[in-house]
Design a binder for this molecule. Structure first.
Ligand code: 3HC
Length: 288
């Protein structure tokens, strides 16, 4: 198979990442089916596309034809069978829980055509922890986008030991077709590249806030004004989801049993309160 054979893309999960990945693919000219178990999430995702595209046209960033084309390319459905049944390439962007992903890939393997590549957008679950539930491990890899996916250029493609060179190449080519910059990571490693760096920053930022040296807001002020990052670590956690930070740390801790991998007290507190960041309108900051 070659990149030219990819015409239909299925995006599973219409949440924080999925709705924008689907739109990126639709803007790149692919026929995209976005699916989610929640109709509410699908409605939100469709609503976002219908607001975002006219705004881009009004801003002069897209032509009316490009916006119309993207809308025509997109469909939203709760049915996995309908979304993945004719897909050439599937991008899974559901919650970061391994059991859910494994069950989904098992189902997906029976639904998607045999030639379809099954990629996971997981930030840290390497695809070898999922690929074995399918009969096509050579066609399974990580394709990790960054939030907000419509803006951030980088995509990490991770080639597991089971992933064929052809799958890695097509996935890298797809990044390019979607206007992204792909990097090919040829060895599975926890956190890939970017999240390893980000985790180190977040760990230190959370430690400083946890011991009361300085407030989260001041840490963000420091990082944006001294290091030139567009957002400080706390505002960024609000964007990517404090629930994600919690699940990530818990999953890692279960594996390593290393206390330094436990979620920080501040993350646990926010997680328990349901203050998960922008998506719940409150995290380290308020978004009312
Ligand atoms: N969705 C789509 N587009 C958005 C957006 C969103 N949520 N937020 C901003 N944009 C677009 C705007 O439309 C604008 O586009 P334009 O310049 O083409 O008109 C552009 O981004 C700049 O927007 P603003 O002027 O409103 O705001 P900022 O200049 O503050 O930029 C930002 C917002 C792009 C989010 C910027 O703050 C940023 O780059 N932050 C860092 C994001 C980051 O580090 N992401 C990686 C997170 S790690 C991750 O995702 C890994 C995962 O595994 C957890």
């Amino acid at each position: 198979m070659k990149i030219q054979d990819i015409k239909k893309i299925c995006v599973i999960g219409a949440g924080n990442m999925g709705h924008q990945i689907a739109l990126c693919a639709a803007l790149a000219g692919y026929q995209v089916a976005c699916t989610d178990i929640s109709q509410e999430m699908l409605n939100k995702a469709e609503g976002f596309a219908r607001t975002y595209l006219p705004e881009r046209v009004a801003k002069g960033k897209l032509t009316q034809e490009q916006a119309d084309g993207a809308i025509a390319n997109l469909r939203f459905t709760q049915s996995l069978e309908e979304a993945a049944g004719d897909a050439d390439f599937v991008i899974e962007a559901v919650v970061e829980k391994i059991d859910i992903k494994r069950k989904l890939f098992r189902d997906l393997d029976g639904i998607a055509p045999p030639h379809a590549i099954l990629a996971t957008n997981s930030s840290y679950i390497v695809s070898s922890k999922i690929a074995d539930v399918t009969k096509r491990p050579d066609k399974v890899c990580n394709m990790h986008f960054f939030n907000p996916a419509l803006v951030m250029k980088l995509v990490e493609v991770v080639q597991g030991p089971h992933t064929s060179a052809e799958t890695a190449k097509i996935t890298m080519d797809l990044c390019k077709k979607m206007g992204k910059i792909g990097i090919l990571i040829q060895k599975e490693i926890y956190g890939f590249v970017v999240n390893r760096i980000l985790t180190a920053i977040n760990r230190e930022a959370l430690f400083l806030a946890d011991i009361g040296v300085v407030s989260p807001e001041e840490i963000d002020i420091a990082v944006t004004n001294a290091l030139g990052h567009p957002m400080g670590p706390f505002r960024l956690m609000d964007l990517t989801g404090i629930d994600l930070a919690y699940y990530k740390a818990m999953e890692r801790y279960r594996e390593t049993h290393d206390p330094k991998d436990k979620p920080s007290p501040l993350v646990v507190e926010k997680f328990i309160k349901g203050e998960w960041g922008k998506k719940t309108k409150k995290g380290f900051y308020s978004y009312e």
